[in-house]
Design a protein around this ligand. Sequence first.
Ligand code: NAG
Ligand code: NAG
Ligand code: NAG
Ligand code: NAG
Ligand code: NAG
Ligand code: NAG
Ligand code: NAG
Ligand code: NAG
Length: 705
Amino acid sequence: MKGVLCLIIIFMMKYCQFIILVPCKFDSRCVCLNDTSKPFINVSCVGKDIINIPKFPPTVYSIDLSNNKIGSIPNRSFEYQINLRILDLTSNCIQVLETDSFKGLQNLHKLVLENSCINFHKLPVDVFKPLISLKHLNCKYIWFHGINLPGLLVSTLIHLEYLEVDVSQSTPYGILFDKHFTKLLNLTKLKTGVCSGIEFDEKTFINMKYLTAIDLSSCVSQKYNQSLYGRNKLNSLALGTFILPQTKSFLSLISDVKTFSSLESLFLIGSFEPNVEFNGLIFRFFNNLQIHTKIKELRLNNNYIREILPPEKILVPPRTLQILDLSYNKLTCLCIDIYNLLILNLQHNFLGNCLPYYYCTRFKNLRLEQFDLSFNVIHKLSDIMFAGHKNLQILNISNNFLSDIDFDVSYTPKLKILDLSNNNITMISNKQSLNTLTKMMGQSTFAIDLSNNVLSCNCRTLGFLQWIVNDWDHFRNNGNYKCKLDNKTIITMHNFRTIVRQFAKDCNSYSTIVICVTLGIVVFLFTLCAGLMYRYRWKFRYMYYMTKSRYYRYKPNDDNESYTYNAFISYSDEEKDFVVKECIPILEDADEMKLCIHHRDFLPGEEISVNITNAIHESKKTICIITRSFLDSYYCMFEFNMARMESIYSRNEQNILFLVFYEQIQPRNLPLVMLELVQNQSYIEYPHDEQGNVVFWGKVREAIV
Ligand SMILES: *[C@@H]1O[C@H](CO)[C@@H](O)[C@H](O)[C@H]1NC(C)=O
Ligand SMILES: *[C@@H]1O[C@H](CO)[C@@H](O)[C@H](O)[C@H]1NC(C)=O
Ligand SMILES: *[C@@H]1O[C@H](CO)[C@@H](O)[C@H](O)[C@H]1NC(C)=O
Ligand SMILES: *[C@@H]1O[C@H](CO)[C@@H](O)[C@H](O)[C@H]1NC(C)=O
Ligand SMILES: *[C@@H]1O[C@H](CO)[C@@H](O)[C@H](O)[C@H]1NC(C)=O
Ligand SMILES: *[C@@H]1O[C@H](CO)[C@@H](O)[C@H](O)[C@H]1NC(C)=O
Ligand SMILES: *[C@@H]1O[C@H](CO)[C@@H](O)[C@H](O)[C@H]1NC(C)=O
Ligand SMILES: *[C@@H]1O[C@H](CO)[C@@H](O)[C@H](O)[C@H]1NC(C)=O
């Protein structure tokens, strides 16, 4: 206890310089609040099982003795408390009060006897007489003896302004406040405590002519029957549950409202039961308030109101109204022109389905500053829901089922709090909303509440999570944000920053892996393609040129024997002499064969590759004069390979290649495919001697006939 006090003292010293909270010197059960700049101290002796009133010094300004066990207040207990202004005896059970119990308290302003089981029957009639300055007497919820406060007890308290008291029906002639109350000219405020089954009528308050604030909200099953008719000074009125039939009381009130020309606040909280039909009544009610009163604050919460007007009609509140509370009703639809309202409370209704269509404000410069739509089963809000709400500061959409911010936030530039807690938001994916919110975070006063939404935490939402971390101070209640991992585990993000940083790391390596694997696959496929291309390069080229040449000049080739040439001679330019001086004279001139010789038979102007493929295609055989320069020549090898392809793809794998080794070449210098042909015996060596040459030419002739 002392530790706590020390802490409090340190706290006080630090922040309030002059105010010191210490155990009182005169009684250690009490705490003294001593403001060094003022001559008086405030004393608090709450909940200390005190039985007798302690002795207090005369400098005491206020005493709080609530929650103790004081059973009696003997004569002169407060004799020296001439400076005492406030005395709180709440929750004691004071059985004995004597004539001089309060003697000396001539400056007391406020006496609280709430819940103190005082029996008015047993009080000495002059017990309150010394309290000549008393302004506020609270004697509600005293141990109830079924009697009303006798006017005689308080009739000397001429300064009394505020009376809090229990009322009971069991008085003769229905007069709750007897004629002695007429002396209390300054009594303007009345509030009830225990109050049940009271029929308030025009006699009830007849001895309290100057009331301006009446709070009967604690009265269950009350009847209102012209009780306050003509009270043009009445400023605020609160009523409790009406007795059945409730519309009778309501109709009487609606009619009396016409005479309440000073009325500014009206509370009908929990006044109606489920079966009350408001249609029409509300219309007259609002109309009378509009025409005859100065109504500023209207609270109609907890009233089972299902429909305030049919949805196609616009609810037009009185022009003077600033605060409208329709919370805790059953509204499914509301079409309201909020006009001059500053505060609109619609929480705990069922507006979710209707709101996007029937909110019906005129989109101009609305004055509304606080708007509560929490607990309304809202799944979605329309984009323009808050259009015109230029002055909105607190927007509460908590405890709904929103899954994103789809409404346009940019209409509300002065927003200070956007409460979206307890919704179904996994992330804000709406780009426009994100941008607007980011802009609004530029103002230090703006804050958004996303607590108790189960955010989705994975690498896809990392950007969103980092967005939160970046503007961390703009997120209210950010200690209890929740997060659902990919494996469906829900964690509370007590340590949001650390967790998000960890995520960033994990996701980074994750995306690295993804990139590497993708890259690997791409490279593999590419290599595969390249490999295949290389492997079948000749086939592709062959196909290509074949298609091309067919396209250019198509020659039917149905008869196997009808080739244009007997042979196409493929040779490198170094062997030109051999071809011109030996091949042509021997094969063409003597044997009447037809040879295709590139420097003679190729079509000028045609692409050389096309010429080659055509020549191969139109010749029965292709003879390659193999020399070292042949192997080195690009076009020779091209011809060789094309001929190979021709034999595979156009001649049913019948061999059309005929190799003539004009020089000695080591097998290891030959390309693999050529070696293969050599092994298949499709070759002949040029002998370079006369006898041999005869045999040679004979074999050639044989091959190409
Ligand atoms: C308030 O405290 C100051 C110093 O702590 C002391 O001198 C003064 O007497 C106290 N005032 C009262 C009214 O007790
Ligand atoms: C005592 O309480 C009254 C009213 O509650 C307050 O005005 C006054 O400043 C307080 N005095 C001290 C010393 O705190
Ligand atoms: C209290 O004072 C009143 C009037 O001064 C007196 O009649 C009464 O007997 C006193 N009560 C006690 C218990 O002394
Ligand atoms: C009643 O209140 C008014 C203003 O509040 C004040 O001037 C007048 O003195 C008070 N009368 C009494 C008897 O306290
Ligand atoms: C209301 O009071 C008037 C006159 O005091 C009385 O005639 C009428 O019956 C009362 N109405 C109800 C519903 O009690
Ligand atoms: C929004 O409404 C909820 C529920 O009615 C309440 O708990 C919360 O404090 C409100 N938020 C703000 C910022 O007033
Ligand atoms: C919350 O959102 C999820 C999908 O994001 C959806 O499946 C679920 O039904 C929603 N819950 C409610 C109550 O709307
Ligand atoms: C889900 O993942 C988190 C962290 O990666 C781990 O701590 C948790 O045990 C996992 N939960 C399940 C049900 O696998």
